[in-house]
Design a binder for this molecule. Structure first.
Ligand code: FES
Ligand SMILES: [Fe+2]
Length: 429
């Protein structure tokens, strides 16, 4: 039976379950307006919890890494002696030099140390950011050393992900995440320490990139190479729109997706048949876009996965307001996507793929194959984003017509617009 018939549920449309979304055309000025971009930075990015890394990046006391966050500043994330993590503004109390950097001040760095030493006049800071030593201290006047330091900002962790918040009055991270998101921490993220990291700059608004991961309407057209170069065949190979599962629970969202069943286990020394099209390499390495065919054993998995109990489950993609997504795959690996705005028409895009450490060369190659195809897949999206942004910027078309399977895009832009409007209303009071 064709996949379209096999997975169809006949459940009808989803958007109408969320009446606040409406069904009319949507204005995309939020993706091209310079004024909106600046308002969004204030209302959204300076006031939300933002994921900045993973605990595995801080293996011991004194491990640190810096993040250069465009429009927000440079911060240092550092592990304390008690195992907790602190985030500090990367600025010296003396004359404001950036304290932690290696070869080039604009580049991110990582390492391990006992104290941070400013490269300008040698002031030293403890891991908690407090001033530990002032050079030529007797030359100063009434210096209250104990009150000086690299200013801290809110920092907390969830499921091994490290988050910061630039707002001094931030609500607790767990309140921000909400109950459903908090429940996902029972997934064994900590077992997946093999990380493939990819980063690039995309010439388009950051929200347009997120739009590409919020719907599965485009794959037969944008990713035809991976499905079938003949579009009419590709269209038949993707699951039907009613087979997906959505939960727009707060500002955050979940989308569960069907995927192909894994291959049967192969016999020792067996490669499987090879074909002369692109897929021969998938067969040879037993991996593809949906992950390695030989699934690592993670033990019993939490009930939180595939909450919609969709047939032939492929992955759960959680989207966390404003710029982060965690995609948990049925084949026991996960991917994170993150989008950092730099200007109205440019953002930095980070794609990280996490596996359990491979036990042999075959597992390593299967992971490499999955990582490479995922990156290729993502770059096909980014290409399209650049094309979309350049056309949108002309403002020749301002209205967009979103179908039912684009309901998360409708919600995403609404949540961002509402957050900006609420913040502006507060300022006017
Ligand atoms: S600016 Fe850091 S020690 Fe002078
Ligand atoms: Fe895509």
């Amino acid at each position: 039976m064709a996949i379209q018939e096999k997975l169809a549920t006949g459940r009808g449309k989803f958007t109408t379950e969320y009446p606040q979304l409406g069904t009319g055309p949507v204005d995309y000025d939020d993706a091209v307006s310079e004024e909106f971009f600046l308002a969004e930075r204030e209302a959204v990015f300076k006031r939300s919890w933002l994921k900045v890394g993973r605990m595995e990046q801080l293996p011991r006391t004194g491990s640190y890494f810096t993040r250069e966050l465009s429009g927000l500043g440079s911060i240092v994330i550092v592990r304390q002696a008690d195992g907790t993590v602190k985030a500090l503004h990367n600025v010296c109390a003396h004359r404001g030099n950036k304290v932690v950097w290696q070869e080039h001040p604009a580049e991110e760095s990582a390492g391990s140390c006992r104290v941070f030493t400013c490269k300008y006049h040698g002031w030293r800071y403890g891991l908690d950011g407090k001033v530990a030593h002032v050079t030529n201290e007797d030359q100063f006047f009434d210096l209250d050393k104990g009150a000086l330091g690299m200013p801290a900002l809110h920092c907390d962790t969830w499921a091994g992900f490290i988050f910061v918040n630039f707002d001094p009055h931030a609500q607790p991270l767990r309140t921000f995440l909400g109950e459903k998101f908090v429940g996902v921490e029972s997934y064994p993220f900590e077992q997946m320490t093999e990380r493939y990291a990819y980063k690039t700059r995309v010439k388009g608004n950051w929200k347009l990139s997120i739009d590409t991961i919020l719907e599965w309407y485009h794959p037969p057209y944008v990713h035809g190479r991976f499905i079938n170069p003949d579009v009419s065949k590709a269209e038949k190979l993707v699951p039907p729109p009613d087979s997906y599962y959505y939960d727009l629970f707060t500002s955050h969202m979940l989308n569960s997706v069907p995927g192909p069943p894994p291959l049967p286990p192969r016999g020792a020394g067996e490669l499987g048949p090879a074909k002369r099209d692109q897929r021969w390499i998938y067969k040879l390495l037993r991996a593809g876009l949906f992950g390695p065919d030989d699934i690592p054993d993670l033990g019993a998995l939490p009930d939180v996965l595939n909450p919609g109990r969709i047939k032939s489950w492929g992955n759960d993609a959680y989207w966390l307001f404003p710029n982060f997504s965690v995609q948990i795959w049925a084949r026991n690996y996960y991917i994170t996507y993150q989008y950092w705005p730099e200007a109205v028409d440019s953002h930095s895009y980070e794609l990280d793929i996490f596996f359990v450490p491979p036990r042999n060369a075959a597992e390593r190659l299967a992971q490499e194959m999955t990582a490479q195809t995922t990156i290729e897949f993502a770059m096909q999206d980014s290409n399209t984003v650049e094309a979309t942004h350049s056309a949108l910027a002309t403002r020749a078309n301002r209205q967009f017509h979103l179908s039912d399977q684009e309901l998360m895009i409708r919600n995403f832009h609404k949540v961002i617009r509402d957050t900006v409007a609420a913040h502006q209303a507060l300022g006017k009071k």
